[in-house]
Write a protein that binds this ligand. Structure first.
Ligand code: ZN
Length: 107
C-alpha cells in the first residue's frame, strides 16, 4: 500500500494515491458516476409529488424510483469494495437527490 498522498482535484481532500484515480478521491468518483441517476431520481421524486392526488400514478412512479435507487446502489458497489461504505455513500447520494427537490421547488 503506497503512503503517497495526493489532493483530490474536485474536493481538495488528501487521499492515499492508491485510493485516487484520475486525481479524484473515491467519494468524488462515486458522486460523478451516479450523477445522471441522481438527477433522474430527483426528477421522479418531483413527479411523484405532483401526482400525489392520483394513487395509481404514485405507485408506478414509486416503482421507477426504487429501480433508479437499485441502479445507483449497483454502480456504487462497483466502485466501493467495502459494503458498509457503499451503503453510506448510497444514502448520501439519495439525500442529495431528495434535497434537490427542495432547491428546485423554491425557485
Ligand atoms: Zn474528492
Amino acid at each position: 500500500m503506497s503512503s503517497i498522498l495526493v489532493f483530490c482535484k474536485d474536493c481538495g481532500k488528501q487521499v492515499p494515491s492508491a485510493e485516487a484515480r484520475d486525481q479524484l478521491c473515491l467519494d468524488c468518483r462515486v458522486r460523478k458516476s451516479v450523477a445522471d441517476l441522481r438527477d433522474e431520481h430527483a426528477r421522479l421524486w418531483r413527479k411523484r409529488e405532483r401526482y400525489k392526488s392520483s394513487q395509481a400514478n404514485v405507485e408506478q412512479i414509486g416503482r421507477q424510483i426504487a429501480r433508479v435507487e437499485d441502479r445507483m446502489g449497483a454502480r456504487i458497489k462497483e466502485l466501493v469494495p467495502n459494503e458498509r461504505h457503499a451503503v453510506d455513500l448510497l444514502r448520501r447520494e439519495l439525500e442529495t437527490a431528495r434535497g434537490q427537490r427542495y432547491t428546485i421547488k423554491g425557485v
